[in-house]
Design a protein around this ligand. Structure first.
Ligand code: KDG
Ligand code: MG
Length: 402
């Protein structure tokens, strides 16, 4: 089989997505997700201008060699744009492989280690009472694990909580908005929030929280310690992770499990975190981490150190990435949990898929390949719209991590 053509589709059914379609002389095509929130067009250019011309004529079954060709062969390595582009190619090739062999991708990764994939939902509210209502709503929907974020006095906008009445979507149309940030009221607020959640819902529900890179290591240690009575499933991204040694400090101060990695794009971003057992869950995505070929190796490496996966599954990963994640999650041994932020109805219509949610679990479906398609005609109705993630400033105006 040979690759005869490849092109990208950028569409905005509710939010922007970049999809790569690879076609072959066997009439089989594959889809890959290359969406990089707020930087979609950079990945589009990298693919169209630099990678796609080198893809034509290759055998789509050679996933390892093609991955090495674009990673090692480029000389310039790593980085979110490069790795999202390689990830899109890799996902599309695994999709083709599955379709050509008439089997779901999970069968190419060792088969099913479990029937369904436990997912966590997002519950949020402008204040604690409203966050509790949203927890009750998601519990009612069947979720066994719920991430909880809520607003608190002192800040007008809080990460993870929608500004208006709609659902939470991190990217906003237009240029970046600015949000304010103050650490001390946040650190006082979060233990109160989780005390209330446990009081109301008991011990059974798995509870998660995203600090979204806002704390220093010692502040994260304090938060983790104060949350210990509430037995969280994890706190996520407690501190920015460029300096992997930071997590040693957090580890020394708390037994609350730690998840990190949604902004990582290489195993080298997590190498020290894993081999020193400073984290419990790795959140890299198949899109941003360079695809199934790269993440299978990362997950196997993590397994040696008792680190499980907890892949990022926000709405800025397209249904193509979600499908791929579910095949991966169902197959690998050291799966932990999968994030599930349901896409908008327009998104689901543009990307018809076989995966589904039932009673707190998701299932990849049994269609050959990844089991997701792109309705290109419908996608044309939703042209790209400039959209960015917000930036954050401390109350004195200093730019800080969003
Ligand atoms: O593009 C950024 C979002 O995906 C991110 O802010 C969402 O932190 C996030 C999460 O845990 O889902
Ligand atoms: Mg996060």
């Amino acid at each position: 089989m040979k690759i005869t053509n490849a092109y990208i589709n950028v569409t905005s059914p509710g939010r922007n997505f970049l999809t790569l379609k690879i076609e072959t002389d066997a009439g089989i095509y594959g889809l890959g997700d290359g969406t990089l929130n707020g930087r979609e067009l950079a990945v589009a250019s990298y693919l169209s201008d630099h990678l796609i011309p080198c893809l034509i004529g290759r055998d789509p079954f050679q996933t390892e060699d093609i991955w090495q060709y674009f990673y090692r062969g480029a000389y310039w390595r790593r980085g979110p744009v490069t790795m999202a582009a390689i990830g899109a190619i890799d996902l599309a090739l695994w999709d083709i492989k599955g379709k050509a062999l008439n089997t779901p991708v999970y069968n190419l990764l060792g088969g099913r280690s479990r029937e369904g994939v436990m997912v966590y939902a997002h519950a949020n509210g402008k204040d604690i009472d409203r966050a509790l209502e949203d927890v009750a709503h998601h519990k009612e929907l069947g979720y066994k694990a719920i991430r909880v974020q809520s607003g608190f006095s002192g800040l007008s906008t809080v990460y993870g909580v929608p500004k208006g009445s709609g659902r939470y979507e991190p990217a906003e149309r237009g240029l970046p908005s600015e949000q304010d940030w103050a650490t001390e009221p946040y650190l006082r607020h979060v233990p109160v929030l989780f005390a209330r959640v446990r009081e109301e819902f008991g011990e059974e529900l798995h509870l998660l929280h995203d600090c979204h890179h806002r704390l220093t290591p010692i502040e994260a240690g304090r938060l983790g310690k104060e949350l210990e009575p509430f037995h969280l499933f994890w706190i996520e991204d407690p501190t920015p992770a460029e300096l992997q040694d930071s997590f040693r400090i957090i580890r020394e101060h708390t037994t609350t499990p730690i998840a990190v990695g949604e902004v990582f794009n290489s195993i080298w971003d997590a190498h020290d975190l894993i081999r020193n057992q400073w984290i419990d869950y790795l959140r890299m995505t198949l899109t941003h981490g360079g695809g199934i070929t790269a993440l299978k190796k990362a997950a196997d490496f993590a397994a040696l150190y008792h680190v499980r996966t907890g892949f990022h599954g926000a709405t800025d990963l397209s249904p193509v990435c979600m499908a791929a994640a579910l095949h991966f999650d169902v197959a690998i041994h050291n799966f932990g949990i999968q994030e599930h932020m349901p896409h908008a109805d327009e998104t689901d219509a543009v990307f018809p898929h076989h995966y589904f949610f039932k009673d707190g679990y998701m299932f990849p479906g049994d269609a050959p390949g990844l089991g997701v398609d792109l309705d290109e005609k419908l996608a044309e109705k939703y042209p790209y719209q400039r959209a960015y993630l917000p930036v954050s400033r401390k109350l004195d105006g200093t730019l800080t991590d969003w």
